[in-house]
Ligand binder design. Structure first.
Ligand SMILES: *Cc1c(COP(=O)(O)O)cnc(C)c1O
Length: 444
């Protein structure tokens, strides 16, 4: 099947009549706990476009939450995963082995930061990868405590939701939570009470205080941090902060885990966001963009840590599914061949000046931030720094009606995040930003 035509087409209102009918049907069949950003049913997708069942072509600035960096139907991914599906769809790596699993592990060992000996374990979802990173760190250190950051997001399973900062909707009603999870303030420069310049230093002091006096460093297995916080609002830590956290962890025999599930694999204009800060994590979790839309996740880390769990201790029936592995190998090839790291930087250069032009005294845009193709606009009540979630929602709704898919995020629900597929055409991207600009103007 050819890729959808790469242009925005408004065939009906959005959502259109067919989508609305399907959405109503869904309401009677699908558990209410599953929300959807936009009640539009997708018929096909690829490049920078989603085509819905009413024939609308939406510009995709979401990538299914940073997943389809190579597009949702890249021909190379489709071909490789189809070929694999024809040979076999599953054997379970815990039962019999296959080469694709080993090849993905080798690729991740090669491209992740650091030239030390590394090993990789594959899983299916990001939350599973984070959980397993914690299991490995606990075995390797013989310690149990896990330290995470304010505004952090690590998944929806019991342990990862306990590690996640934001209560509603992720945690509300789901307790009691997993024990031995401690959280320290994350340096959110725009919102740091004593000013952005002090955020890194003061956040580090809080980390030291917690680990050294409240938990005891000899009890801490791991510090887990996103190098740029995703769901929390695309919060970029001040320069040097991550490096200092890593050094503190090393000083105390604590495993430093970078959760690069959202930031990894070219998204931020480096293969991994840690590289920007010259940080080499002990373990790194990947998922989202890894397999071109197929479910696959990984923990990659220092070989001696990764080997600390005895055989049989890690795994999962579907972990490292062969079809997903074939898709991942194709995806990694495309990232390198199509120079998507550079593409992410081009996207930043193209979009940031236009977003910055929306800031200024009296603007509803409080801050523009992010790196590469992971960019965000934080909305505030004009003349204040009060979070304006109603404005963010109104801007997103305007974009959606005009056929541009954007996502809202942030602890305060007041941030619009842009995560375009890295393969999006620049004209299409420009048009998406035109609509966003128009949306921001319409609310101020
Ligand atoms: C999405 C995400 C996860 C969870 O991944 P799932 O595949 O949804 O389980 C974990 N960490 C970060 C940083 C994420 O963005």
């Amino acid at each position: 099947m050819p890729q959808p035509e790469q242009r925005r087409i408004l065939a009906t209102a959005i959502p259109g009549p067919k989508s609305l009918k399907l959405h109503e049907h869904r309401g009677g069949e699908v558990a209410g706990g599953l929300g959807s950003v936009l009640p539009v049913f997708v018929d096909s997708a690829g490049g920078g476009v989603l085509v819905d069942v009413d024939g609308n072509h939406l510009i995709d600035l979401a990538s299914g939450i940073a997943v389809t960096s190579v597009g949702a139907s890249h021909p190379h991914v489709v071909q490789e995963l189809s070929e694999q599906a024809q040979r076999f769809t599953h054997s379970c790596f815990l039962v019999t082995e296959y080469e694709g699993f080993v090849d993905v592990a080798a690729a991740l060992n090669r491209i992740t930061p650091g030239d030390h000996a590394k090993k990789t374990a594959l899983f299916s979802t990001g939350a599973e990868a984070v959980e397993n990173a914690v299991k490995i760190a606990r075995t390797a250190t013989g310690r149990s405590a896990v330290v995470t950051l304010g505004h952090g997001y690590h998944g929806r399973t019991l342990l990862t939701m306990s590690m996640t900062a934001k209560n509603a909707p992720y945690k509300e009603g789901f307790g009691p939570f997993a024990p031995e999870v401690y959280r320290v303030p994350s340096p959110y420069p725009y919102r740091w009470p004593s000013g952005s310049e002090r955020s890194g230093e003061e956040a580090l002091a809080a980390l030291r205080e917690l680990v050294l006096t409240q938990v005891g460093s000899h009890n801490v297995a791991a510090i887990v941090a996103e190098p740029i916080q995703g769901e929390g609002g695309f919060v970029v830590p001040p320069p040097g902060y991550l490096k200092a956290v890593q050094e503190f962890a090393h000083e105390h025999g604590i495993v430093f885990v970078a959760d690069e599930i959202q930031t990894g694999l070219a998204r931020t204009g480096d293969m991994f966001a840690c590289e920007h800060e010259d940080v080499v994590p002990d373990m790194i979790t990947t998922a989202k963009a890894l397999a071109g839309g197929m479910p696959l996740a990984a923990v990659t880390g220092r070989a001696e840590l990764m080997d600390s769990v005895p055989a049989g201790g890690l795994g999962g029936t579907y972990a490292g599914n062969p079809v997903a592995c074939a898709a991942a190998l194709a995806t990694l090839e495309i990232i390198e061949r199509e120079r998507l790291v550079e593409r992410a930087r081009e996207i930043e250069q193209r979009v940031i000046p236009r977003l910055e032009a929306l800031t200024g005294p009296g603007s509803v845009v409080g801050e523009v931030r992010g790196r590469g193709a992971m960019l965000a606009v934080e909305f505030v009540n004009p003349g204040t720094t009060e979070p304006a979630d109603d404005i963010a929602r109104a801007v997103a709704a305007h974009c959606h009606r005009q056929g541009v898919l954007v996502l809202v995020c942030g602890t305060y629900g007041n941030v619009i995040r842009l995560l375009p597929p890295l393969v999006i055409g620049m004209d299409l991207l420009d048009e998406g930003i035109d609509v966003l600009e128009e949306a921001v103007r319409s609310v101020r």
